[in-house]
Design a protein. Sequence first.
Length: 285
Amino acid sequence: MPVLRSGSPHRSVRSRATVAGTLLATVSLLVGLPGTAGAAATARAPEPRHPELDWAGSQIAKHEGTKGGALPSPSLAAAVEGVDVSSHNGSVAWSTLWNSGVKFAYVKATESTSYTNPSFAQQYNGSYNSGMIRGAYHFATPDTSSGAAQANYFVDHGGGWSKDGKTLPGALDMEYNPYGATCYGLSAAGLVNWMKDWFATYKARTGRDAVVYTSTGWWKQCTGNSGAFGSINPLWIPRYGSSVGELPAGWGFHTIWQYTSTGPTVGDHNKFNGAYDRLQALANG
């Protein structure tokens, strides 16, 4: 019988196989451990549980308070009245709003990558048919999927844009998390990167820079008061009182002000910061 000596080919092959197996098992164990890169890359929050209760400003009022129907400052002489709606408004009386002087509307289209507004057609097409300039918005949930995934979902479900003079660029609603951690469990840099991903994808799909809806309070807390978007994305800011107040970093002026959540007919009313021809210019790009 042959004797296997140290350094023989049989011993060497067996040793290499043993070492390789041990390394493979170790790598597999590390990938499965909580907090590792593999786990972090796939960890996502559940899809929204009550998206019909999430609309532009729904969480602003809860966290920052509201003065309800306080009138806007008389200094906004060159302003255009608008509204924003979502499924909680149901079938909207667009002719009533038009006759009261409302000239533009934003309509919630989507949330995350699982929800579409069941009233979207009546609201989006109804506002257009009444004569209004209208646009769609997406309620962001940065902990459920990537910015690119949510931007694509938005565009595919009503958030597109066309140069017809009656369609505003899409808007991204960034506000307090209705389901958990205020900043969606992300760092300031993580949220900024998520938004950059969303905005870049939206622009690639539509050719337009989207509007960002956010409050100064949330922006400071969750993005570190980032100034990364002010020169590119128009600002739609909620503040329920007699003035717009402090703006987030990067913006020298606001484009749209959501000034009340208790206005006539639908609740949320807005002022476009400029004359009607400037609103048309925003629509036309």
